[in-house]
Design a binder for this molecule. Structure first.
Ligand code: 5GP
Ligand code: ZN
Length: 136
């Protein structure tokens, strides 16, 4: 897609710290420099986010996310990872080419990459609506 910054990174038109690529996916360091080891995994096919992504593409992104996450934990001294995705502007998505963020974590590193949520009004409303559709 012409105007997509991540498509340009895949093509090499914009430089990146590329970690890995295969037929379907591309993984590189996030430019934010907000935490050491912040990595993005993207599909080579331009899709906007999880909502419009075909299952096969999503599987490929998940495979590469797992490959890199396992290396971080098994070989790079990390204890776990947060895998984060924003799908939609309302969810905080700023680049509209599907990406999974990998945030490497160490025990007691004092860093929370997990959102602080405000508390809900109960599970029933969403549960009932979705369950009805899923049971059909
Ligand atoms: P989002 O907010 O959509 O979930 O995440 C977009 C991410 O893309 C941000 O973490 C941002 O730092 C990263 N990003 C935006 N532009 C570039 C770029 O040109 N190069 C790299 N490596 N990362 C970028
Ligand atoms: Zn794109």
């Amino acid at each position: 897609m012409d105007n997509c910054i991540f498509c340009k990174i895949i093509k090499g038109d914009i430089p990146s710290y590329k970690l890995y690529e295969d037929e379907y996916t591309y993984a590189f360091m996030d430019i934010a420099n907000d935490i050491d080891g912040h990595i993005l995994v993207i599909p080579k096919k331009h899709v906007t986010n999880v909502l419009d992504c075909d299952n096969a593409t999503l599987h490929h992104v998940a495979d590469t996310t797992k490959l890199i996450s396992n290396l971080l934990v098994e070989k790079c001294g990390y204890d776990g990872v947060n895998v984060l995705n924003a799908s939609g502007e309302c969810a905080g998505q700023t680049v509209f080419h599907l990406h999974f963020h990998i945030i490497p974590k160490k025990n007691n590193d004092g860093i929370s990459a997990w959102p602080k949520l405000p508390g809900g009004t109960g599970v029933e409303a969403t549960y009932k609506k979705l369950k009805e559709m899923l049971d059909k």
